[in-house]
Design a protein around this ligand. Structure first.
Ligand code: NAD
Ligand code: LMR
Length: 326
C-alpha cells in the first residue's frame, strides 16, 4: 500500500466541493491504489455544514480515505498538503462577469497563498478553481515566494472539456476521438478555444466542419457556457467544474498520455509572446509533474488576434490587483 497523500480542498462545503470530495476519496483523481487524507477548509459560519459533508464521506466507507480533517484556519488546512484544490470563493451570479469577483476574492488568495507557503509539503501542487481563477492563482503564487512558481496553476480544463464535447457532438463522434484541442488564455469569455490544430481520429477538424460555425458558434458557445449554465440553473456549474478539477489534477499527477495535450493555466515564461509571469492557459504535456509547453504551433491572423485579446484582459486583471502582488 502506498503512503497516503494529503489533499487540501477549500470551500469544501460548497457546491463544487460536494461534487469533488467524493471523487477524490474514491480514487478517481490520484488512482485506485493511492490513499488520501482530506484536509478541508471552510469559513467559520459554514463549519457545521462541512461537518455534515464529512459524515457523508465517512458513510461511504471509501477504502482509500485514511482521514478527514476540517478547519477554518488555512494554516491548519494546508499543513503538509501535497495537493491543493483552491475552490473556496464567491461564485458570480446572474448579470456578473467573472472579473467582477476580482477584488472580492483576491484577498482570499493572498491569505491562502501565504498559508501554503508556510505550511504545505515541499512537493505541493495547487489548482485554483475559484474565479477569476487565473488571476487568483497569480495572487496565490506571489504570496508564496518560497514555493516554485510552476506549482501554481489555474483551471481551464472545463473549457477544454466543453470544447471537446461540442466538437464531438457536431461530428457525431466520441469525445475521446478529439485531440489537440487547446484553450488559450483566460478562463473568461475572451478565452480562445483553438480548434485550428484539433483533430478527430487524426483528421483536422477544419477539414470536416464548416469554418463559419467553428469561428463563431463554436467559440462563443464554449466562451459563454458558464453564463448559459448560470442562466439555466440559477447557480454556476458545479459537477462539471469538479469533474474538470479532477481531470486537471489527475493529468498533473499521472502525466499526459503519448500524443495528448492538456490545457493548463501556468505562469508564462514568455511562450508565444505572452508576457512573462501572466497565468495563461497553454497547451502542455506533463511528465513526472513537469509541464512542457507545446511549442512551434503556428497562428494565423485570426488566432493571433484572439490570443492578443485574452492576453490584454489578463494584463488588465493583473494591473487591477497590482497592490496584492507583493
Ligand atoms: P459555492 O458558493 O457553492 O461554494 C463556495 C464555498 O467556498 C462556500 O461554502 C463558502 O463558504 C466557501 N468559502 C468562501 N470563502 C472562503 C474562504 N476564504 N476559505 C474557505 N472557504 C471559503 O460556490 P461554488 O459553486 O462551489 O464555486 C466556487 C468557485 O468556483 C466560484 O468562484 C466559482 O465561480 C468558481 N468556478 C470556477 C470554475 C472554473 O472553471 N475555473 C468553474 C465553476 C465555478
Ligand atoms: C464556469 O465556467 O462555469 C464557471 O467559471 C462559473 C462562471 O462564473 O462562469
Amino acid at each position: 500500500m502506498k503512503a497516503p497523500i494529503r489533499v487540501a480542498v477549500t470551500g469544501a462545503a460548497g457546491n463544487i466541493g460536494y461534487a469533488l470530495l467524493f471523487r477524490i476519496a474514491s480514487g478517481d483523481c490520484f488512482g485506485k491504489d493511492q490513499p488520501v487524507i482530506l484536509q478541508l477548509l471552510e469559513v467559520t459560519p459554514s463549519m457545521s455544514k462541512l461537518e455534515g459533508v464529512v459524515m457523508e464521506l465517512l458513510d461511504c466507507a471509501f477504502p482509500l480515505l485514511q482521514g478527514v480533517e476540517i478547519s477554518d484556519d488555512p494554516n491548519v488546512a494546508f499543513k503538509g498538503a501535497n495537493q491543493c484544490f483552491l475552490v473556496g470563493s464567491r461564485p458570480r451570479g446572474p448579470g456578473m462577469e467573472r472579473s467582477d469577483l476580482l477584488k472580492v476574492n483576491g484577498a482570499i488568495f493572498t491569505a491562502q497563498g501565504k498559508a501554503i507557503n508556510d505550511n504545505a509539503a515541499a512537493d505541493v501542487r495547487v489548482c485554483v478553481v475559484g474565479n477569476p481563477c487565473n488571476t487568483n492563482a497569480l495572487i496565490a503564487m506571489h504570496s508564496a515566494p518560497n514555493i516554485p512558481a510552476d506549482r501554481f496553476t489555474a483551471m481551464t480544463r472545463l473549457d477544454q472539456n466543453r470544447a471537446a464535447s461540442q466538437l464531438a457532438a457536431k461530428l457525431g463522434k466520441p469525445v475521446t476521438s478529439i485531440k489537440n484541442l487547446v484553450v488559450w488564455g483566460n478562463h473568461s469569455p475572451t478565452m480562445f478555444a483553438d480548434y485550428l490544430h484539433a483533430t478527430v481520429d487524426g483528421v483536422p477538424v477544419v477539414d470536416l466542419i464548416d469554418a463559419e460555425w467553428l469561428s463563431t458558434t463554436f467559440i462563443q458557445t464554449v466562451a459563454q457556457r458558464g453564463k448559459a449554465i448560470i442562466d439555466a440553473r440559477g447557480q454556476s456549474s458545479a459537477a462539471s467544474a469538479a469533474g474538470a478539477a479532477i481531470d486537471h489534477m489527475a493529468t498533473w499527477f499521472h502525466g499526459t498520455a503519448p500524443g495528448e495535450w492538456a490545457s493548463v493555466a501556468i505562469p508564462s515564461q514568455g511562450w508565444y509572446g505572452v508576457p512573462k509571469g501572466l497565468m495563461f492557459s497553454f497547451p502542455v504535456t506533463i511528465k513526472d509533474g513537469v509541464f512542457t509547453v507545446v511549442e512551434g504551433l503556428k497562428h494565423g491572423a485570426f488566432a493571433q488576434g484572439k490570443i492578443d485579446i485574452t492576453t490584454r484582459e489578463l494584463e488588465e486583471e493583473r494591473a487591477a490587483i497590482a497592490d496584492l502582488l507583493s
